[in-house]
Write a new protein. Structure first.
Length: 553
């Protein structure tokens, strides 16, 4: 993952120390400059182990080109270890274990993975150690060994929540801000609204130049412990985080010339009422833009953001919504649970969605039938149905599942999905968020798709997974999503088919915009950009059967 975990030790000497008790001890980098050793180096006299603990992201350790290697650092004394941050070079490890030891001889496994993704990785640990070692057992690039720019060990609290969010809804200023058809409005307050689907951007009129900045007034003097930046593609390669007591005189507490965008987590410590991101080098021809600029610490005059619901404990068992579709044959869907959604769709589809019972009704055997027909209606030659729970039932977090039998045929497109409820109040797609639990294309019913859509990744660029399976048109199958504040996991017949982890999305694709309420949708589309056209072999009528829809928390 491409998470930026940035050391600031060299910049702290001129700053006032932050008082804190043991329970709220700020996280401290404890490995920098400490003795480091490794099983090998790629070249004699080069890419040495100490180069991975020197605080310089331009130097690195690299191993010999074999599959089993290790690297370790001596912290000098027994230390309460809270986190390891690794900034991988391209030759990263798919499988590795983090180990702790007090004597350099007896080792305890503290964390392991077989699905490492490289990039900039943050690993939360709990234990006491003088020595911290990474055992590397599977290479991502079989032709090479292992290499990382920095291997950082931290002590203290790595959770900014122990300090508190100081910047939410605080007054903000910027060098310029954009307000036009492309960004309306991208004012500086949008970076501090705790809404990852809104952003600040410098003005296209006169702001696409260096420097560019955005600042926030925390309301009173604060002790800064961490800054988190969620960049838009218009990010800064060079920037400083600065603090000020008077909004006039600024002191840098972090600077870089190698910013890489997406999510930067900066463990910067300083004191001030005002905090500023001061951009000095743009990453491209545009200006600067941030989805969120979050500041954590103590002091200030914080405003508490709205509380989020507690995460469900899976397997979730409390049924909060269900429709078993047990109505009499020919009866329409329950209007107390579902809103009929007629009209002409988008995406190049050719059908008209009707509210008529011939397109959506019970079959008398405990199933809903959504039927696509060759039928002239409202200027279209095909009809089908779409229904949702908008204004009836909205949900944030839980297990959402449906048992469905899909139709086969070129151009058919059955789906079970969720739409962010702020769409109903005017927020345009994809800023409201979309969660596609199931999409199947009738031309190949042995594949299915689960996908997320957001401002930074949508349409053909959505974040998702195509997965092969049995012919889904031959029987009913259960699609489900287990959703909490840490991510969404998608299942087909109890098998995990896609794991969308919030942290991975933020560090590889862009903002995670799914921490709010959504409503449920069922539909069967005909034709369109994704499934392709119908043809002479496409059967009509075609039926999508839904045995049940259930939501658990």
């Amino acid at each position: 993952m491409r998470r930026r975990l940035l050391s600031v030790a060299a910049l702290l000497a001129a700053l006032v120390a932050v008082p804190s008790g043991p329970a709220n001890a700020a996280e401290v980098l404890v490995s920098q400059g400490k003795p480091a050793t490794a099983s090998s180096t790629e070249i004699a006299g080069a890419y040495l182990a100490p180069e991975a603990v020197d605080g310089n992201n331009g130097t690195r350790w690299a191993s010999a080109f074999t599959g089993t290697q290790w690297f370790q650092v001596d912290l000098g004394a027994a230390t309460a270890v809270s986190r390891v941050a690794i900034n991988w070079e391209a030759a990263y490890a798919r499988a590795f274990t983090i180990q702790l030891s007090t004597d350099g001889s007896a080792w305890t496994n503290a964390w392991s993975t077989t699905t490492g993704a490289g990039g900039q990785q943050s690993i939360t640990l709990s234990g006491t150690a003088r020595y911290v070692r990474i055992n590397l057992t599977q290479r991502a690039l079989e032709a090479y060994g292992y290499s990382f720019w920095e291997f950082q060990v931290y002590s203290g609290s790595s959770d900014p929540g122990t300090s508190g969010l100081l910047s939410y809804a605080k007054p903000a200023l910027a060098s310029t801000w954009q307000n036009d058809v492309n960004c309306n409005p991208c004012s500086p307050d949008k970076a501090f609204d705790n809404d990852p689907a809104s952003r600040w951007a410098t003005s296209s009129t006169n702001g696409w130049a260096d420097p560019g900045w955005i600042s926030v007034d925390l309301g009173a003097t604060a002790q800064i412990r961490q800054v988190v930046l969620q960049w838009d593609p218009a990010y800064a390669r060079g920037y400083q985080i600065q603090v000020s007591a008077d909004n006039v005189n600024w002191t840098p507490i972090y600077s870089t010339t190698t910013g890489d965008g997406l999510k930067d987590v900066i463990n910067a410590t300083g004191t001030g009422r005002y905090v500023r991101m001061y951009g000095t080098a743009r990453s491209g021809p545009y200006g600067y833009s941030l989805w969120e600029f979050s500041i954590y610490g103590t002091g200030g005059n914080p405003t508490t953001p709205p509380a989020k619901p507690a995460d469900p404990i899976f397997p979730a068992t409390r049924l909060v919504f269900s429709d078993e579709f047990n109505g009499a044959a020919g009866s329409k869907p329950d209007g107390a649970k579902w809103t009929m959604d007629p009209g002409v769709p988008q995406n190049g589809e050719v059908q008209y969605y009707t509210p008529n019972s011939e397109n959506a009704s019970m079959n008398g055997a405990g199933q809903l039938v959504i039927e696509a027909r060759r039928q002239d209606y409202q200027g279209r030659q095909y009809t089908s149905h779409r229904m949702n729970t908008s204004n009836k039932f909205h949900v944030q977090y839980g297990r959402i599942e449906a048992r469905v039998k899909v139709p086969k045929g070129n151009g058919l497109w059955p789906a079970f999905w969720l739409m962010g409820d702020d769409f109903l109040s005017g927020r345009p797609w994809p800023y409201n968020g979309e969660i596609d639990i199931m999409e199947v294309l009738g031309r190949n019913t042995s594949e299915a798709y689960s996908t997320l859509h957001a401002p930074a990744y949508n349409g053909a660029g959505g974040y998702g997974q195509k997965y092969a399976t049995v012919d889904l048109s031959q029987d009913f199958h259960v699609w489900a999503a287990e959703w909490d504040s840490k991510g969404i996991r998608f299942f087909l017949d109890g098998r995990l088919v896609f794991d969308a982890a919030k942290e991975t999305v933020e560090n590889t694709r862009g903002p995670w915009i799914y921490d709010h309420k959504f409503y449920l949708i069922l539909n069967l589309a005909v034709g369109g950009d994704f499934p392709g056209p119908i043809d002479a072999t496409t059967p009509f009528p075609s039926r999508m059967l839904v045995d049940y829809v259930r939501v658990y928390q």
